[in-house]
Design a protein around this ligand. Structure first.
Ligand code: NAP
Length: 484
C-alpha cells in the first residue's frame, strides 16, 4: 500500500492533497503535529469526509516530528481524536504505552502501529524489537537511519529474517534508504510512505507521483526484475526517467532505481540479495567496479572504465555505453571528416571514453586539464597532445571542443572551465554536463554562432543502449518514454 503523509497546516490543505492524490494513494497519514492548534477541533469532520483509510499520528520532535508538548497532553489529545474520528490505524511509539489509548483503539477496531525511530543509525536489536511488538498483536514500524550500504543490506534482510511477521513496516531514512522505500515489499513491509509533491515529510521521503508513476512501487514484488544506477552522489540521476517509462511501455515487469553506494563490494552483496539484473555505473565507481567483472567489452578494456554492468549466469559483465552515446551525435561529422581536430577539456572518467572514441576515429586530440599531469598521462596513453587548462592557444583551430569536466554542473553552474577562450563560431561545442541543460560555456559558444551538442544527447544515447543491453528490446520512443 502507498500511504501519503499529510503535513498541511490546515484541514483544507490536507483535503486538497487527498483529492489530488486519492487515485495514487491507498491511504493517508494525518500528521496532527503539523496542524495549527485551531484546526484540531475540526479533525473529526475531516476524517469523515476524507473518503480514504487514515492513520492518526502525532510525532514528537525527538522522533523527527513537530510536537513539543508533554506526553500527557499528547495522550489526551490522541484519546479525544480516537473517540471522535474515523481512523483505520493509530501510530503510537514503542516507548509511549497508554493502556487507555490502546483500549479505545481496540474498542473502535482501530489497529495500532507501534513505531520506533532511530535518527542516528540502525539499532543492534532492530529485529528483536519488531518481533516483540508483533507478538503483542500490534503492527511494528521501524524507521532507522542508514549510514551506508551495510545498513541498507540489514534492512532488506528483514524480508527473510522477519518473514513470520505478516504486517510490518521497516524503512531506512535518508538518501541511503531510498531503495528501501521504493522496494518496500522486498523489506517485507506492507506499506510505504510518500509525500505530496514539492514537500518531503521525512529524510528520503519521495513524492507520491514518483512512487506511483515513475517507480510503480506498489507493483514491485519478488518477481520484478530490479535494475538501477550506482554512484555517490546519485539521487540527481536522470536515468530512472529513461528506463522506467520504457519498461512500462513494453510491459516489462522491471524497475530501475538509484542506489547510493559507498563500496562496490558491499553493493554486490545487496545485488545478490535482491537479484539485481543490471546497473548503470556513475561517478566515482566506473573504474572501481572493474575488479568485480568476469567479462569486459573491448571498449572497457581499452578505456579502463565501465558504465554498465549486467548479470550473466555466473558473473557480471561490463560494457561502456558512454563511448557509443558520445559518438552517436557526431558520427556523421566524423564519417564526413568534418571533425579532424578536437580539444577535450578534462581528463577524468568521461574524458577517457571521449578521447578514445575520437582517437579510434582518427581525430587529432589535445587534452586540457586543471591538473596537467592527468592530461599528460591520458595523452600519452592515447597518443594525444596535452596542455594546461589555461593554455587556450592549444584549443585554437579545433573543429570540436568537448567539455567533459564537472565545472558548470549544478551546483557549480556559474563556472566556465575555459573563460579565456574566444569562440570563433566555426567550432562545435559538445558539452557533457546535462544539469543545467544550458551551461555558461554553452551560452558563450551560442553567442559566437557555434553549433552546440548538449549533454542530454549523450545521456540519452548511452541510456538507450543500456536499456537495450538490459532487456534485449529496442527502446520504445514515444511522448511517454523520454520524459525529462
Ligand atoms: P571525474 O572523473 O570526477 O572527472 C572530473 C573532471 O572535471 C576532471 O578532469 C577534473 O579536473 C575536472 N574538474 C572538476 N572541477 C573542475 C573545475 N572547477 N574546474 C576545472 N576542471 C574541473 O568525472 P567524470 O566522470 O569525468 O564526469 C565529468 C562530467 O561529465 C560530470 O558533470 C558528469 O555528469 C558528466 N558526464 C556526462 C555524461 C553524459 O551522458 N552526458 C556521461 C558521463 C559524464 P582535475 O583532474 O583537475 O580534478
Amino acid at each position: 500500500m502507498l500511504c501519503v503523509t499529510l503535513t498541511g497546516n490546515t484541514h483544507e490543505e490536507n483535503s486538497r492533497i487527498i483529492k489530488e492524490h486519492s487515485r495514487s494513494a491507498d491511504l493517508f497519514e494525518l500528521r496532527i503535529d503539523y496542524l495549527e492548534a485551531s484546526q484540531l477541533d475540526k479533525t473529526a469532520d475531516f476524517t469523515k469526509s476524507a473518503g480514504k483509510p487514515l492513520i492518526l499520528t502525532c510525532r514528537r520532535e525527538k522522533d523527527g516530528g513537530k510536537y513539543r508538548r508533554t506526553d500527557r497532553t499528547r495522550a489526551s489529545l490522541l484519546a479525544r481524536l480516537l473517540e471522535s474520528g474515523t481512523w483505520s490505524y493509530v501510530d503510537l511509539e514503542e516507548d509511549f504505552r497508554r493502556s487507555e489509548l490502546e483500549q479505545t483503539a481496540r474498542s473502535r477496531s482501530i489497529e495500532i502501529i507501534r513505531s520506533f525511530h532511530d535518527m542516528e543509525g540502525v539499532p543492534d536489536d532492530l529485529f528483536t524489537r519488531m518481533q516483540k511488538i508483533a507478538r503483542r498483536g500490534e503492527i511494528p514500524k521501524a524507521a532507522v537511519t542508514a549510514k551506508g550500504m551495510k545498513d541498507v543490506i540489514t534492512v532488506f534482510s528483514a524480508e527473510t529474517q522477519l518473514a513470520s511477521i505478516p504486517r510490518k513496516v521497516l524503512l531506512a531514512m535518508g538518501d541511503w534508504g531510498i531503495p528501501t522505500r521504493i522496494l518496500y515489499k522486498r523489506t517485507g513491509s506492507f506499506m510505504t510512505f510518500a509525500s505530496p509533491p514539492g514537500f518531503s515529510a521525512a529524510p528520503g521521503h519521495l513524492d507520491i507521483t514518483a512512487m506511483k508513476e515513475l517507480y510503480r512501487s506498489d507493483q514491485v514484488d519478488a518477481s520484478t526484475a530490479v535494475y538501477g544506477v550506482i554512484g555517490n552522489p546519485v539521487m540527481h540521476s536522470a536515468s530512472p526517467r529513461i528506463h522506467n517509462p520504457a519498461f512500462h511501455a513494453l510491459g516489462i515487469h522491471a524497475v530501475y532505481l538509484p542506489f547510493q553506494v559507498d563500496d562496490v563490494r558491499n553493493f554486490l552483496v545487496l545485488a545478490d540479495l535482491l537479484k539485481i539484473q543490471g546497473v548503470s555505473v556513475t561517478v566515482p565507481f566506473k573504474q572501481q567496479v572493474l575488479p568485480y567483472l568476469g567479462k569486459i567489452s573491448r571498449e572497457v578494456k581499452q578505456i579502463g572504465s565501465c558504465n554498465t554492468v549486467v548479470r550473466e549466469r555466473e558473473y557480471w559483465k561490463g560494457i561502456n555505453t558512454d563511448y557509443y552515446g558520445f559518438l552517436h551525435p557526431i558520427m556523421e561529422d566524423l564519417n564526413a571528416e568534418r571533425i579532424r581536430k578536437a580539444a577535450v577539456i578534462g581528463a577524468g572518467g568521461a574524458a577517457r571514453s571521449v578521447v578514445w572514441a575520437l582517437r579510434n576515429h582518427q581525430c587529432q586530440v589535445t587534452i586540457l586539464n586543471r591538473t596537467p599531469e592527468k592530461a599528460q598521462r591520458l595523452a600519452q596513453e592515447t597518443g594525444s597532445s596535452w596542455a594546461a587548462l589555461d593554455d587556450v592557444s592549444a584549443v585554437s583551430g579545433s573543429d570540436l571542443i568537448v567539455q567533459t569536466t564537472s565545472a558548470g554542473m549544478h551546483p557549480y553552474s556559474d563556472i566556465d572551465p575555459l573563460p579565456g577562450y574566444q569562440f570563433s563560431g566555426r567550432e562545435i561545442l559538445y558539452e557533457l554536463v546535462y544539469v543545467p541543460e544550458v551551461t555558461k560555456i554553452m551560452k558563450r559558444a551560442a553567442e559566437a554562432g557555434c553549433r552546440l551538442i548538449p549533454g542530454r544527447n549523450m545521456l540519452l544515447g548511452q541510456g538507450i543502449m543500456q536499456f537495450e543491453t538490459f532487456t534485449g528490446s529496442a527502446y520504445p520512443f514515444s511522448e511517454d518514454t523520454v520524459v525529462f
